[in-house]
Write a protein that binds this ligand. Structure first.
Ligand code: HEM
Length: 322
């Protein structure tokens, strides 16, 4: 009680005039963690209306400052490494998932080299060659004899987000990593990916080492994946491709793939994959909403990568007659 009173008093009577306004919160440490965690967009919009483009909120005890709008995007994405350092924030969360010495577990200059190296493999020619692999995977996924048995008959219902997460892994592994990797992936591997993904929960910004069930699953999945890839890499040689193009400019209201040094290198692959999966799936089956109200499912923000809330059940009907 004393802590709450003290926290409120400090906010109301001792505002620091030279710092961004702090979003009002009752509980110290917890601050705005739950309202931000459940609906980050709603949280940003409502606080933008109250405080403007710049404000601070308490996220698991940390003062977290936000700068919204096009100017904010440019300020953050073009910030100097000494002021805005992604690896410092992300590393506790990502290193147990991605592994050591890569991405945010190394100096930014080294990660830039790793990004270039991956980008080398994502040229127009290589993307074109992925289309047939992605098509074949998608057809097999919707086939009557697929081992998961979701589409074993002429029509039925299925949970779209779970199925799409599985298919995304099959198509990505087959095209980006080749048939040897894909052949090791049954739905157990899809579950391991899910376990890795669940390592990206907000609580892990604070407690990535905690012996929580999701962290144990994350570490098991990481070891299993690393062992699988190590075995394959030993048999493989790497190829070299040219560069692709990415759009530039951080002062934009719409940056779905980020900008500047943290710019996504997977945009072209992502669109190739999405469009090929969609077209190939539509050739096999028709999809119908079973919700008369036409409501879309909400967004699940529980992992770093937002996705549709599951279950979101859809009706399907095979196009070909048996
Ligand atoms: C629809 C799919 C995708 C979306 C919406 C997306 C979005 C993003 C965004 C917003 C960023 C910037 C992150 C930041 O500023 O901190 C990013 C970075 C990145 N993405 Fe993607 N991405 C997608 C697919 C992919 C794919 C398929 C790959 C790999 C093949 C990939 C690899 C990367 C990498 C390596 C970075 C750089 C991170 C950094 O420099 O800090 N992404 N992505």
């Amino acid at each position: 009680m004393v802590a709450i009173l003290l926290n409120v008093t400090l906010q109301v009577f001792f505002k620091k005039m030279d710092e961004p306004t702090v979003v009002f919160h009752w509980l110290p440490f917890i601050g705005s963690t739950s309202s931000y965690g459940v609906d980050p967009y709603g949280f940003f919009f409502s606080n933008r209306a109250k405080y403007g483009d710049i404000f601070t909120f308490i996220l698991l005890g940390k003062k977290t400052s936000v700068y919204l709008g096009t100017k904010g995007n440019n300020f953050i994405l073009n910030g100097k490494i000494k002021d805005l350092n992604a690896e410092e924030i992300y590393s506790p969360l990502t290193t147990p998932v991605f592994g050591q010495g890569v991405v945010y577990d190394c100096p930014n200059a080294q990660f830039m080299q790793q990004k270039k190296f991956i980008k080398h493999g994502l040229t127009t020619a290589s993307l074109q060659s992925h289309v047939s692999a992605i098509t074949a995977e998608t057809r097999a996924f919707f086939a009557k004899d697929a081992s998961h048995k979701r589409f074993a008959s002429q029509c039925g219902t299925f949970d779209l987000p779970t199925a799409m997460a599985e298919l995304t892994i099959y198509t990505a592994s087959r095209s980006l990593q080749g048939k040897e990797v894909r052949d090791k992936f049954d739905s157990t591997f899809a579950h391991l990916y899910h376990d890795l993904d669940m390592g990206f929960t907000p609580i892990n910004f604070m407690l990535p080492w905690a012996p929580l069930p999701q962290n144990r699953k994350r570490d098991f999945a990481q070891r299993k994946m690393a062992d699988t890839y190590k075995a394959i890499i030993q048999q493989k040689r790497l190829e070299d491709y040219g560069y692709g193009l990415v759009s530039k400019g951080a002062a934009s209201p719409y940056l779905p793939f980020g900008a500047e040094r943290h710019r996504c290198i997977g945009e072209q692959f992502a669109y190739t994959q999405l469009q090929t999966v969609l077209v190939s799936a539509m050739r096999e089956v028709k999809f119908f909403s079973i919700d008369d109200g036409g409501e879309f499912t909400g967004t699940d923000y529980s992992s770093l990568f937002s996705r549709p809330l599951s279950p979101a059940v859809v009706r399907w009907e095979r196009r070909s007659k048996c």
